[in-house]
Design a protein. Structure first.
Length: 317
């Protein structure tokens, strides 16, 4: 058993959306915070309803946010006149520091902040990447939110409560995701970041030939069909191989491109399990039925990936 890591984790307690803490200088420098602290969740993806067919919605499916292990980071504005290498200088330390710099750079470029003094990011904790916890998306979204708070960027979804602590609306979440170039397929990570819970999304139609009329913002929107917060006392145990690394980046895109499309009958059965087993069990707080439904759903959803997953670390689990 020493090749495994076991972690007991809280299942999507209500309020699993990111908590935000703005820290102001004593002299309240134009009410712009000196630093921002963001704590967000991780996510489990149970599998997709369908992909690969232009005639059906792709990338919809079921997922769940979990409170631990999550992202915890702090971001600090560089002081005016502070010694720095260039305008827009960004530095990071901690787990996934290089990725953090890349995400922050994307956000600052997207929001025309490159002439600002830049910032420093400290990542206190983060889930391991490429083991199915959505750490890349949660890190990117957390950094985008921190930069938005630090530099007072007004985005779609901002209202009178523009810089309140806590809570991210779906339009604001989509704007954050767009800035850091996330949510190319599933939106489960985005929805987990925005509000937590057990999540069911519909997916979207993906044309076989991309059209210039399809804007980038359109690609982020998979309609969210249902969000259910599970009882606070429910727990799960995550078992992760210590040296396991899943597919990501170009390898993941190549794997998807070579997979056969999901049949209508499989999609129909996955939807039936989601809406007639998973969701009712969650709403009725029936842990045993919920657990059985997760197993049924995952086994069927995983069949579409069998040609690729056979060579991955969890194939014999």
């Amino acid at each position: 058993m020493n090749s495994m890591e076991h972690n007991s984790t809280i299942l999507n307690r209500e309020g699993a959306y990111p908590s935000i803490l703005n820290r102001h200088r004593p002299n309240d420098w134009n009410r712009i915070p000196a630093s921002v602290e963001v704590v967000s969740c991780a996510r489990l993806h149970f599998g997709m309803f369908s992909f690969g067919s232009a005639a059906m919605r792709s990338y919809g499916g079921v997922g769940l946010s979990i409170n631990q292990p999550g992202i915890h980071l702090s971001a600090f504005r560089n002081e005016p006149g502070e010694n720095r290498r260039t305008e827009g200088d960004i530095q990071a330390c901690g787990p996934m520091a290089a990725r953090a710099v890349s995400c922050a750079t994307h956000a600052m470029q997207a929001w025309n902040l490159i002439q600002e003094n830049g910032c420093r990011i400290v990542i206190h904790s983060a889930p391991r990447d490429h083991v199915g916890l959505g750490s890349g998306t949660q890190l990117a979204m957390s950094i985008a939110l921190a930069i938005r708070q630090l530099f007072r960027v007004v985005l779609p979804g901002d209202g009178l409560e523009v810089f309140k602590q806590g809570g991210v609306s779906e339009p604001l979440g989509a704007a954050l995701a767009s800035a850091v170039q996330r949510m190319g397929r599933s939106n489960i990570g985005l929805q987990a970041f925005c509000g937590g819970g057990l999540l069911v999304e519909a997916g979207r139609f993906v044309p076989s030939v991309p059209s210039e009329n399809n804007t980038q913002s359109d690609r982020w929107r998979n309609p969210l069909l249902r969000r259910v917060h599970l009882p606070q006392q429910w727990r799960a145990v995550l078992v992760v191989l210590r040296n396991a690394v899943g597919l990501s980046g170009d390898q993941e895109r190549m794997a998807f491109s070579g997979l056969p499309h999901v049949s209508r009958s499989v999609t129909a059965e996955l939807a039936r399990i989601a809406f007639l087993e998973l969701l009712p069990a969650a709403i009725e707080h029936d842990f045993e039925l919920f657990s059985e439904a997760v197993g049924h759903y995952g086994a069927l959803a995983g069949e579409a990936f069998s040609s690729v997953s056979a060579s991955l670390p969890y194939a014999t689990a």
